[in-house]
Write a protein that binds this ligand. Sequence first.
Ligand SMILES: [Zn+2]
Ligand SMILES: [Zn+2]
Length: 434
Amino acid sequence: MKPFNVDLHIHSPHSISVSKNLNLDTMVETCKKKGLDIIGTGDILQPTWLKYMENNLLNEKDGIFLYKNVNFILQTEIEDKENIHEVVLLPDFEAARELQKKLKPFSKNLMNEWGGRPRVNLSPPELVDEVDAAGGLIGPAHAFTPFKAIFRQNKYSTLKECYQDSLKKVSFLELGLSADTYIADRMKSLKDISFLSNSDAHSEGPTSLGREFNRFEIEKPNFEEIVLALKRQRGRKIILNVGLDPRLGKYYNMFCNKCRRRIIFKTGKVKSYGFLSNYKIDVNFVTYLVSDPKIARKNYQKDVDKGKVICPACKNDFKKNIKIKLGVFERIEMISDYEQPKHPPHRPPYIDIIPLVEIIRKVQNIKSSKSKTVEKIYNDLINKLGVEFSILIDLPIKKISEVNNEIAIVIDSFRKGNIEVLTGGGGVFGEIKI
Ligand SMILES: [Zn+2]
Ligand SMILES: [Zn+2]
């Protein structure tokens, strides 16, 4: 059995806000630098992208397709009738064509230029049944984000409620950038399902592709081995999930649906004329000053969950939806069974980390991750030490510090879980503090 680094959720230029430079060549270039062994094609049901893949991925072998020695698996994301996104994996082009044909009558955009992530007018169980009938695998995407996700506010709080009797055909749950194993394992109902940590990449670059990934332990790259690993059968399994610290995700804290300010609570003097009367508003935050931030926040989030709370920064704007929405952090508080995660014995470790380019950028105190200096340091590290994933996860810190001591110190803190962060929310990524 061998370890393979796997990213099973990406997009194509046929989805909104995806880089025009994303193609097989640019993807492969990044995969080789990062050490990604198996990667999803993205958007495989979109006709132009499907044709492009069919013409270029030639060496099919048991559900895995080679392009310049990188393994590709046919993959898409579909939005169902309940506005839930689902990740779908397919064993071959025949299955992709069959599923495309089956879903066509239920979708207005599947065959369009912009049908990369098609919307299909089927319920979650109906969609699961169709994908299963085509020989594919399916599971909820970015399960905890406040938009288009199974566990979002006012939606489901267990897999069973959503998929009903078709739950047995659901093969995995994707954690998404705003959640990790520590969050998800606070829910009792998720103890039997395998978690995936995928990038959901919208660009070919090293800050996007593989920014989250899974390490599978399988015999060789093929579809059946992936199935066995997700079912944890015959010794095949996922041995590691790697991804962003959820606090760095875009939707960690609750936020105003209009101005996107995050709502936070800090200790401060309460004015005599009432609870929640003392707050500060700045560009990114509404900060409530209260005597007990934890209790105040818990009470507040219950009202937010009921859809009752209006943003203090936009309260004079009656036209727009100015309601506060729960972030991942508060939503999990509402639907979790445990205060602390209870990991089932099969659950692999989760390492919170960010892409190497982001670490370099932070250490150098440079704004743009596309800076030439950052690129030069990145390429230098890779030339001297090997692929990005082994630098981030596997190499002894001493080895890294021989090349760049500052970077080594930050990677060491990540591995030990000692990184300080400014939390994200409302569509803004968090930041690490060095
Ligand atoms: Zn999605
Ligand atoms: Zn607002």
